[in-house]
Design a binder for this molecule. Structure first.
Ligand SMILES: CCCCCCCC/C=C\CCCCCCCC(=O)SCCNC(=O)CCNC(=O)[C@H](O)C(C)(C)COP(=O)(O)OP(=O)(O)OC[C@H]1O[C@@H](n2cnc3c(N)ncnc32)[C@H](O)[C@@H]1OP(=O)(O)O
Length: 150
């Protein structure tokens, strides 16, 4: 696989907006590794000039899941753990390196590291499990919602 652009999530595709987390510059480097260049939008400020931890977790969830779908594996997040090592500045050039660390049946183990561009200091590290969907995943969800009358 040559370096190629990873598509946005369904929500951003449907609304035809840039990635709301700021993760548009997203390229696959191989079948198991990718790189995202991004900045935390000011709207996700948690502390003074510091990213909200929810942005960090959300962007990891988004880019790790998007990359797996890019490789042809339709999947959802089963677990996601984030180690917050240093404050993440807003509106500064950041980079995420991610990889598919292992595949065991329907389970895919992914990792991601967030750094300032040009720095080798980790700001946050994510690890998680994405489970490949069984056919009918969303139909079963709709049926459960219908049972609840929603
Ligand atoms: C939002 C949808 C994305 C859709 C993708 C297609 C569209 C592409 C378009 C554009 C790309 C955009 C991508 C965006 C990225 C965003 C990603 C998200 O935020 S995903 C939303 C949040 N996550 C959920 O909503 C999951 C809710 N949970 C579930 O639905 C189930 O619990 C599920 C599917 C995870 C497992 O249920 P089971 O019934 O299919 O499968 P069982 O038999 O229970 O487990 C299968 C295997 O997974 C392991 N497993 C299940 N849960 C686990 C866990 N918590 N930890 C470790 N392993 C787990 C099991 O041990 C089993 O392993 P063994 O096959 O036996 O080896």
């Amino acid at each position: 696989m040559t370096a190629d652009l990873v598509s946005p999530c369904r929500g951003c595709q449907m609304s035809r907006t840039p990635c709301r987390f700021g993760a548009d510059d997203f390229v696959a480097l191989s079948e198991t590794a990718a790189r995202v260049r991004l900045a935390c939008p000011a709207a996700f400020e948690g502390g003074p000039r510091v990213a909200h931890g929810g942005w960090t977790a959300a962007v990891f969830d988004d880019v790790l899941g998007r990359f797996l779908v890019h490789t042809g594996v339709k999947s959802v997040t089963a677990t996601l753990t984030v180690d917050y090592l240093l404050p993440v500045p807003v509106e500064q050039p950041l980079e995420i390196h991610l990889e598919i660390a292992a595949r065991e049946g329907r389970r895919n183990h992914l990792t991601g590291v967030l750094r300032l561009q040009g720095s080798d200091r980790d700001l946050a590290v994510a690890r998680g499990v994405w489970v490949e969907l069984r056919p009918g995943h969303f139909e079963r969800h709709q049926a459960r919602m219908a049972e609840l009358g929603t």
